[in-house]
Design a protein around this ligand. Structure first.
Ligand code: FAD
Ligand code: SF4
Length: 464
């Protein structure tokens, strides 16, 4: 029986080798392994897995094609609802979405949906290209997209398919949002993101980089020239610990650290202009994907000792299990149930250490996770020369601050309708992290799809 075939595994770079490079960690499925894995799917009539996918990819449909070796057809099916399969195959939390609901998971291991998605998308990029989609209709209107992360790219693609003229305004010099400045090369090679963006450009999407909307021109200026605007400016404003010594030399926000290394290629300094302090001993504060990425990047920058300081225990960590496992394999030291109290420096203001305190878990808080409580008198010092703060990000504030009439909530996120992504300003839609707060790639894309459908209706009817 198909379900008795064990779930196929992917070989990976050896941890001792991979900490010396920025190449991708998993080595990918072979064609044979991909076909074997695809054949495990029992083609459920009412597939639970599809319900678990925020953009409802036709999972059995694409897997059926993959099982028959029709990889291009498989990608075409995925691209019907997900324009970034090579990205999602790598970074989506499948274990808590589609694969969590896969029927095989009840008795056996779920189908490796994410890895199959990545495989067929890689096949399309490397072996046999799909032609960029031709517009399905001739909309002929002008749509502006602010921000080129997964939310903005999704809206741009959908609008281009409908024959509208699309212009993306992006603050950074390179489009892609967190996919290019945040997630490291060894988890998501940038070549993949550039390829997907090139597809949009071939469909006629114009991208204007280095354009910070709200500074170079306002949302209202843009509204005068376009029929509708989508705001997908993300959550890139770092939160800080607010403890003494946080402005010492050697203390980075994860955003700055990762941007320097990923986008500005500081790991190839001086070949590239941007430096980053390569500490001998580093501590990263936080327990999510951003913290894991920062720790694993630091490990690859000749650092002898990388600590990950987290105030709860391993089971409460919000990072994906795969990332935690990879970090452990790479020798990251997990200082769990520990919280920083103050940074310590020398007379020149250079970081030399961090004082932490031990924690224990108390009653559950609003998030359902047990609340960490300080253990009195348990202070200890970790000697470090670089600290990276990865405890969360708030909404990028510039568009909201410079746009009268654009409603925001108490955290500064743009308020938008759940179904249409309409904001309080006529003709302006918003979605992704700027509305939901920091979430996931696929959720940002889901919001982009909803917004695109509503923008189309608005452009057709003029009704708000
Ligand atoms: P973003 O990707 O943040 O893109 C917003 C874009 O808007 C940026 O390019 C920004 O420069 C631009 N912008 C901002 N302000 C302006 C302005 N005023 N004018 C013009 N442009 C502007 N999710 C997962 O699903 N899996 C993961 O493994 C994962 N790992 C992550 C690792 C890191 C380090 C980080 C930071 C996040 C991670 N996430 C992950 C979360 C995921 O990347 C985000 O939820 C997703 O990128 C949100 O997409 P977005 O389009 O809303 O915003
Ligand atoms: Fe295939 Fe699992 Fe989806 Fe069923 S639930 S269709 S077995 S992937």
């Amino acid at each position: 029986m198909a379900e008795r075939i064990p779930r196929q595994t992917m070989s990976e770079q050896n941890p001792l080798e991979r900490i010396k490079n920025f190449n991708e960690v998993p080595l990918g499925f072979s064609t044979e392994t991909a076909v074997i894995e695809a054949k495990r799917c029992i083609q459920c009539k009412n597939p639970n897995c599809v319900e678990g996918c925020p953009v409802n990819v036709n999972i059995p449909g694409f897997i059926k094609e993959a099982a028959e070796g029709n990889f291009l057809k498989a990608v075409e099916i995925i691209k019907g609802t997900n324009s970034l399969p090579a990205v999602c195959g790598r970074v989506c939390p499948q274990e808590s979405q589609c694969e969590k609901l896969c029927i095989l998971g009840k008795k056996f291991e779920p189908v490796a949906i994410g890895k199959l998605e990545g495989f067929v998308a890689d096949y399309e990029r490397k072996v046999e290209h799909l032609n960029p989609e031709k517009p399905e209709c001739t909309g002929g209107r002008k749509v502006a997209v602010i921000g080129s992360g997964p939310a903005g790219l999704t809206v741009a693609g959908e609008m281009a398919k409908c024959g509208h003229g699309v212009t993306i305004f992006e603050a950074l010099h390179s489009p892609g949002g967190v996919l290019v400045y945040g997630i490291p090369e060894f988890r998501l090679p940038k070549e993949i993101v550039h390829y997907e963006i090139d597809q949009l450009v071939k469909m006629g999407v114009e991208i204007i980089p280095n354009r910070v909307v709200g500074i170079s021109e306002s949302l209202d200026d843009i509204l005068e020239r376009f029929d509708a605007v989508f705001v997908g400016t993300g959550a890139g404003l770092p939160s800080f610990l607010n403890i003494p010594g946080e402005n010492m030399q050697g203390v980075y926000s994860a955003n700055e650290y990762l941007t320097r290394v990923n986008l500005m290629k500081a790991y190839q300094f001086p070949h590239y202009d941007t430096p980053v302090i390569k500490g001998k001993s580093i501590a990263v504060f936080g327990g999510g994907n951003v913290a894991m990425d920062s720790a694993r990047v630091a490990r690859r920058l000749d650092c002898n000792e990388v600590h990950l300081v987290y105030r709860r225990s391993r089971s409460e960590m919000p990072a994906r299990e795969e990332e935690i496992h990879h970090a452990e394999e790479e020798g990251i030291i997990f200082d769990l149930l520990s919280n920083p109290v103050r940074f310590i420096g020398d007379e020149k203001g250079k970081l030399t250490g961090v004082e932490c305190v031990r924690m224990e878990l108390g009653e559950p808080d609003d998030s359902g996770r047990r609340r960490p409580v300080e253990v009195k008198g348990s202070e200890f010092v970790i000697y470090i020369d670089v600290a990276i703060i990865a405890i969360g990000n708030g909404p990028n504030p510039i568009v909201q601050k410079s746009s009268p009439g654009l409603e925001t909530n108490k955290w500064g996120n743009i308020v938008a309708d759940d179904e249409t992504m309409k904001t309080s300003k006529k003709g302006v839609f918003a979605g992704g992290d700027i509305v939901s707060g920091a979430a996931t790639v696929i959720e940002a894309m889901g919001a982009g799809r909803k917004a695109a459908a509503a923008i189309n209706d608005y452009l057709a009817t003029g009704e708000w």
